[in-house]
Design a protein around this ligand. Structure first.
Ligand SMILES: O=c1ccn([C@H]2C[C@H](O)[C@@H](COP(=O)(O)OP(=O)(O)OP(=O)(O)O)O2)c(=O)[nH]1
Ligand SMILES: [Mg+2]
Length: 143
């Protein structure tokens, strides 16, 4: 499958770092360094714009190395890149760690995974079908 990408930075095009990588790494396209204090969040530009075919979405996901070593995550959990979005992909980083974290131009701050999704038709009804679980949830089956 082909996805059109425009790179407005002078950084390399994001790409898959290994044969089996599911995401392409996104680079921070910033002029000056950005520092995140503990619990601070900032929107980090990547310089890339994509045109994703209908039926697919982009998912911006955290990098586990940054998460584990420095407590860096995404405020929105997983960022959704809609197939009709043509703006710059930006990453909403948050510092969950207890020390300041500095981002420099070209740092790999997150990864972008392209995923197929189903667009459904919603049918409004009065009552839903019965199941064994019913309304049980949130630990209802035990820990
Ligand atoms: O981490 C993210 C999340 C979103 N976006 C862009 C692409 C996406 O298509 C658009 C809208 O995102 P979303 O639907 O999550 O945000 P919203 O708050 O619902 O905004 P909108 O009303 O524009 O849909 O913002 C990013 O660049 N990075
Ligand atoms: Mg939206």
């Amino acid at each position: 499958m082909k996805i059109k990408i425009v790179n407005k930075s002078n950084l390399p095009l994001p790409n898959y770092k290994t044969e089996g990588a599911s995401g392409i790494d996104l680079y921070a396209n910033i002029e000056k360094e950005i520092t995140l204090k503990p619990m601070e969040r900032k929107l980090i530009p990547t310089g890339v714009h994509v045109s994703i075919p209908k039926g697919y979405e982009g998912q911006v996901r955290a990098r586990s190395g940054l998460a584990y070593k420095h407590g860096i995550g995404l405020v929105n959990g997983i960022g959704t890149i809609d197939s009709d979005y043509r703006g710059e992909i930006k990453v909403i980083l948050i510092n969950f760690g207890d020390e300041e974290f500095t981002i420099k131009k070209g740092d790999r701050i997150a990864q972008l995974v392209f995923v197929k999704y189903e667009k459904v038709k919603l049918e409004e009804v009065e009552v839903l079908d019965d199941t064994q679980r019913g309304k049980g949830g949130f630990g209802h089956t035990g820990i």
